[in-house]
Design a protein around this ligand. Structure first.
Ligand SMILES: [Ca+2]
Ligand SMILES: [Ca+2]
Ligand SMILES: [Ca+2]
Ligand SMILES: [Ca+2]
Ligand SMILES: [Zn+2]
Length: 735
């Protein structure tokens, strides 16, 4: 199998894109760096320049940084164990104090430049409200599958008190087109005052966003990116934390990037200028290192643009893109830069007041009360169905559980992960009390479990025009992020209301939204019922001018609407409708779509042949965003065909191949037992053969049309009669 394309960090791509789209970021960058150098110089001359520095906040000669890990999960392996997080913190503390086991691998020339940063990361012990925490916050959020800055802004603890780390299942950076199969280890948008990352000083986007399997070296990190043996010794965390402390990549060179040169510097009248990574003692390099070449073996710049220009590339620097297994050093000048950061922008983190406020000065063992949390394998069952509950309580370890299941059997449990049967139609609450020696916590999820009767009461034809302005309380809306399916009164096919999904703004690309309807009983229809709905949708055209190259890129985006059916009380789902490029009802547009008249709507008709006899049928409208446009739905209708044309179409008669050379096959479907007659006629109406005459059962059928039945090449007719509805199909026979 092909290995995924792994990007241990994605900041370089983000910087390049932001500089292309906002060239003024380049000017801001130069001004920012000039100011930073002035502060650095002032600090060298007078280390006490910044009066609020508390010299007594060093602990054992180190600055302590309180850290919180926000584990964003959907209950899979990405809900990483506390031991894995503790391992990550321990490994960072080795790298940041040059106590890592692989310092011997630093190239001889660079050994004297290798620095201990004298920083110790500690998991926070008090949360923003002053409550006991083990420094790990766990959040159920499907956004973890396409994590962007949204998971940071939604869960941030004060950036001035904590280094926020967000561990996720998959990173999909905002506004980027990630190549298929590409994986990103992590990213961190520098310090909030540094605009190069394009987060515009948004302190809610401060911190480190990292894949769960790049955290530490054990647990899921033993199998980073699904590649056994790719274990990177926690170097993604070490690297991203370097960005958090305002370090750039060793190969970063904004001057050259803006002017089209490489990282070796730019020739102007025979002189090379290069700002590189703004760090003197890291040699300038042309490109990022990939893989793990031998130290001292790569030299991508041989120009004397700095005192270190002729030296080999420092592939072992933590801020390169080399594999984590061959990274092992920061340098003295990198330490000077982060010291500037820690005495200015990040000074509050390690102030004595903050170390007390976050509880990290106390290192004695502490047991917090648990935070109750749980999940379940399903929320929809039929009478007699079971639900398996999983304890997700966190913070202090739980040692006793008290569950309450309204409407369930058992109605209570002290097991950690109980399974419960629901026998009676209804909507029920679930409560968990998690307990340990320090205390307890109670969580109730209201109206969580929806139990429907095996034979649903809702029977016969159904019509939903959303004119009540509300969605039925029996429907379930699922939203991965951004906007969700909702009823609006600003647009409609008929009346004044319809269902809409605002996808033009707010939904992350590749996120999904879905809607599950109530259950329907389809047994009472006299013929094959159909699901019909009106829809209006436009694709999105994006035209972006690249100011650096002058090239205009046009990209079209079509989202995907699917409809699924379940007759197993939501346990299995079968697709019955699937459109993306054929979904639009109007031409592509660059703006948010809203239908202006009825011609911009289309009726969709889906046959429910296979579900005709089912007494409990639910529909799921599933929308997967491709970064496209808005969707509108109105007039959802379930009914039998009423016109003869609709009835004939419901049989789905098909003869293949046609033209016929050898034998052909006649296909059709029936919703119930039917009398069927199939006859073959020639062009003047003479009956040539009685292909079938008799009774068929409910389902799909096929009959052979043998080539021996035809006299010669030419036009023939097949007359098919089902339940007194007759249709004639023309076929051509070519010998
Ligand atoms: Ca450098
Ligand atoms: Ca060189
Ligand atoms: Ca309506
Ligand atoms: Ca959404
Ligand atoms: Zn990076």
């Amino acid at each position: 199998a092909q290995q995924p394309q792994v990007h241990s960090c994605y900041m370089d791509e983000i910087i390049k894109k932001n500089l292309k789209q906002n060239p003024e970021l380049g000017d801001k960058y130069f001004a920012y760096e000039e100011n930073l150098k002035a502060i650095q110089k002032e600090l060298e001359l007078n280390p006490n320049s910044f009066k609020n520095i508390q010299t007594d906040t060093l602990v054992n000669g180190k600055r302590i940084i309180p850290v919180v890990f926000h584990v964003i999960h959907i209950g899979g392996t990405e809900n990483i164990a506390k031991t894995q997080i503790e391992d990550a913190v321990a490994k960072m503390n080795l790298d940041y104090n040059r106590q890592n086991a692989d310092t011997a691998n630093t190239f001889s020339l660079f050994k004297s430049r290798a620095a201990s940063f004298d920083i110790e990361f500690r998991l926070a012990r008090l949360d923003p409200n002053g409550n006991c925490t083990d420094g790990i916050d766990r959040v159920y959020d499907p956004a973890t599958e396409y994590a962007q800055y949204n998971v940071m802004t939604a869960n941030s603890w004060s950036y001035s008190k904590y280094m926020n780390v967000y561990t996720v299942k998959f990173i999909y950076p905002e506004g980027m087109d990630l190549p298929d199969g590409a994986l990103i280890g992590g990213l961190s948008p520098f310090t909030p005052d540094n605009t190069l990352s394009g987060t515009s000083g948004d302190t809610l986007k401060d911190g480190v966003l990292v894949r769960h399997d790049a955290v530490g070296t054990i647990g899921t990190a033993a199998n980073f990116a699904g590649i056994p043996g790719y274990n990177n010794r926690n170097r993604v965390m070490t690297h991203e934390t370097g960005h958090f402390l305002n370090l750039y990549h060793t190969f970063q060179d904004i001057t050259s990037l803006l002017a089209g040169g490489d990282g070796c510097g730019l020739s102007i009248f025979g002189f090379y200028i290069s700002n590189g990574d703004e760090i003197t003692d890291t040699p300038p390099v042309a490109v990022a290192t990939q893989g793990c070449p031998a130290v001292g073996s790569v030299n991508t710049c041989d120009r004397s643009v700095s005192p270190y220009g002729d030296e080999p590339d420092m592939i072992e620097n933590f801020m390169d893109y080399s594999n984590g297994v061959c990274q092992n050093a920061f340098t003295n000048d990198q330490k000077t830069r982060i010291t500037t950061t820690l005495t200015t922008t990040r000074q509050s983190l390690w102030s004595k007041e903050n170390l007390i406020a976050t509880g990290v000065l106390d290192t004695t063992a502490q047991l917090c009360a648990p935070t109750a949390d749980f999940y379940y394998n399903r929320t929809m069952v039929c009478e007699g169905g079971t639900v398996a509950f999983t304890d997700w309580s966190y913070n202090g370890a739980t040692d006793a559980w008290e569950w309450t299941f309204d409407g369930g059997t058992p109605s209570s449990s002290t097991e950690q992960n109980p399974t419960v049967t629901y026998d009676t139609e209804g909507i029920y609450n679930v409560t968990l009390r998690a307990i340990n020696a320090t205390g307890d916590d109670i969580l109730t999820k209201s109206a969580l479990i929806k139990v429907s009767a095996l034979t649903t009461a809702q029977s016969g034809s159904y019509y939903e025009d959303f004119e009540t302005g509300l969605m039925s309380s029996e429907w379930e809306v699922h939203n991965q992020n951004g906007n969700q399916f909702s009823v609006v009164d600003t647009v409609a096919y008929d009346g004044t209301h319809c269902l809409t999904l605002g996808n033009f703004y707010g939904n992350s690309r590749f996120s999904d939204d879905h809607l599950i309807t109530q259950a329907f009983n389809l047994t009472s229809f006299s013929g094959v019922p159909k699901l019909k709905f009106k829809t209006a949708y436009a694709g999105k055209r994006s035209i972006v001018n690249n100011p650096l190259t002058g090239v205009t890129d046009t990209t079209d985006y079509f989202d995907n609407l699917k409809v699924y059916v379940s007759y197993t009380c939501g346990q299995t789902w079968n697709p019955i409708y699937n459109k993306s490029t054929t979904l639009p009802t109007v031409a592509l547009m660059e703006t948010g779509f809203k239908p202006s008249d009825l011609t911009e709507w289309r009726e969709e008709v889906v046959s429910l042949t296979s579900y005709y006899s089912k007494p409990n049928v639910r529909f799921k409208f599933y929308f997967k965003s491709a970064g496209g446009n808005n969707l509108y739905i109105d007039d959802i209708n379930i009914d039998v065909p009423t016109t003869i044309d609709e009835i004939l179409a419901s049989y789905n008669v098909n003869i293949v191949p046609n033209p016929i050379k050898d034998d052909a096959v006649i296909f059709f479907e029936t919703a119930k037992n039917e009398n069927v007659s199939i006859k073959l006629y020639d062009i003047v109406g003479k009956e040539l053969a009685n292909v079938f005459d008799g009774n068929v059962e409910y389902g799909s059928h096929e009959f052979n049309l043998n080539s021996n039945l035809f006299n010669s090449s030419g036009v023939y007719f097949v007359k098919i009669k089902i339940d007194n509805y007759e249709m004639v199909k023309k076929v051509i026979f070519n010998k």
